[in-house]
Ligand binder design. Structure first.
Ligand code: PMP
Length: 419
């Protein structure tokens, strides 16, 4: 028993008071206990692609709860997992025929790393064990995922636990240094995989780079036999304008990580899709070559049913049309703000827009981010700046009136900083 009768939440990024208590949500709106209607302009950490409590997804969840809640997924299987795996293989690029289930973005990334190393190990090429990453990347908060992410305020306390990786520079306006660094690192012969957030680096500051650069990075890895892992945990499910960001570069990764929008943001579920080459290296008659990764809730049937409903929405509704239309509207919003002299580096990648506030960057915990966030909440808009980077990434179903509220909140936030 705690000595304190008061419940004290151990909050993630526990900044800001009071902490809003949300009672229910629908579409883009969060309804708080104190009667506010808040626009969720970041899809609750980039997950609710179709909006909160989507009727088709909720119906699928309710139906599944009547049948099967949970099942050991080692040597056993169930209908929602089978349907989902088939649907994913159908929908994703050819060559990614093997689906491994897990339960969060961080975990599906760790699974990808294990698949890459396991493949070389099983082939007797265990010298290939180094992982390459891109500067400013974020891949999650578990120890392995932090190891391959940018080092900073989020993880500096845990540095002794993190493993060493090779880092190539972010491909800024001039990508040649990135190509050269990747080429040189791959040429050493000890690299198992290069992991990237395709086209859009999220938590690292909403940084974008073009499809042609992504295609070239993929080509360099292919030339050196280095596995290319696409972490589409955030970029997948249409966020960058196409179902996958990789599509825009015309590439198929060796390993693909999907989470967040996989269930339309309704339930925790993730998948790692892999090529035949990776699967074949693990599943022979030799038990020692099996892929060892299991967790209790892997392929939870209710989460799988929610994901099946997401796939049905993609198959049967005009999601691409919604994305095109939303991208255009967000583009206009960004353009109108870009005329201000306190807005710099405006950038867009599909249904994500971002800009930097023109003050010296004081780092992630700089005062400016929390001040803006509190201002936005005062305007009944959920936006969480990353340092001095303000971005929006709303659900695809957002209505024009709510886009206008985001625009007003952003503009008045900038005015507030000036005052
Ligand atoms: N990869 C990327 C690109 C992400 O943006 C995130 C989460 N923001 C993760 C991995 C980790 O996902 P999760 O929070 O579900 O562990």
């Amino acid at each position: 028993m705690s000595s304190s009768p008061v419940w004290h939440p151990f909050h993630q990024h526990g900044l800001g008071e009071p902490i809003p208590l949300v009672e229910r949500a629908e579409g883009t709106t969060l309804y708080t206990a104190d009667g506010r209607r808040v626009v969720d302009a970041i899809s609750s950490w980039w997950v609710t692609t179709h909006g909160h409590n989507h009727p088709r997804i909720m119906k699928a969840i309710r139906a599944q709860t009547e049948k099967l809640d949970q099942l050991i997924f080692a040597g056993w299987t169930h209908e929602p997992a089978e349907t989902l795996a088939r649907g994913l293989v159908d929908m994703m690029p050819d060559g990614l025929g093997h689906v491994f289930f897990s339960d969060s973005g961080s975990t599906c990334v760790e699974v990808a790393l294990k698949m890459a190393l396991g493949t070389f190990y099983n082939r007797g090429e265990d010298k290939r064990s180094r992982i390459l990453v891109m500067e400013h990347s974020y891949h999650g908060d578990t120890i392995g995922a932090m190891s391959i992410g940018a080092r900073g305020v989020f993880n500096r306390a845990y540095a002794p636990l993190l493993f060493d990786v090779g880092t190539v520079p972010f491909p800024a306006a001039e990508p040649q240094p990135t190509y050269d660094a990747l080429e040189a690192a791959c040429a050493v012969g000890d690299v198992a995989a290069f992991i990237v957030e395709p086209l859009l680096l999220g938590a690292g500051g909403m940084l974008t780079y073009p499809p042609a650069v992504l295609a070239e990075l993929h080509a360099i890895c292919a030339r050196h036999g280095v596995f290319f892992i696409a972490d589409e945990v955030m970029t997948g499910w249409g966020r960058t304008g196409t179902l996958l960001a990789c599509e825009q570069a015309g590439i198929t990764p060796d390993i693909l990580c999907l989470a967040k929008g996989l269930t339309g943001g309704s339930m925790p579920l993730a998948v790692t899709l892999a090529s035949d080459e990776i699967y074949d290296a693990h599943y022979s008659t030799d038990r020692a070559k099996m892929f060892f990764h299991s967790s209790s809730y892997t392929a939870n049937p209710i989460a799988c049913a929610a994901a099946c409903a997401n796939l049905a929405i993609w198959r049967e509704e005009d999601v691409p049309g919604r994305i095109v239309s939303l991208s255009a509207k967000l583009g206009s919003l960004l353009e109108s703000l870009s005329t201000r002299d306190d807005v710099t580096n405006p950038r867009q990648c599909g249904t994500m827009i971002a800009f930097d506030v023109a003050v010296p960057d004081q780092g992630y915990l700089a005062e400016i981010g929390p001040r803006l966030r509190d201002h936005f909440y005062g305007q009944d808009v959920l936006l969480r700046p990353l340092g001095n980077t303000v971005y929006a990434m709303p659900p695809y179903c957002i209505e024009d009136a709510d886009i206008a509220r985001i625009a007003d909140a952003m503009a008045s936030g900038l005015d507030m900083l000036r005052a």
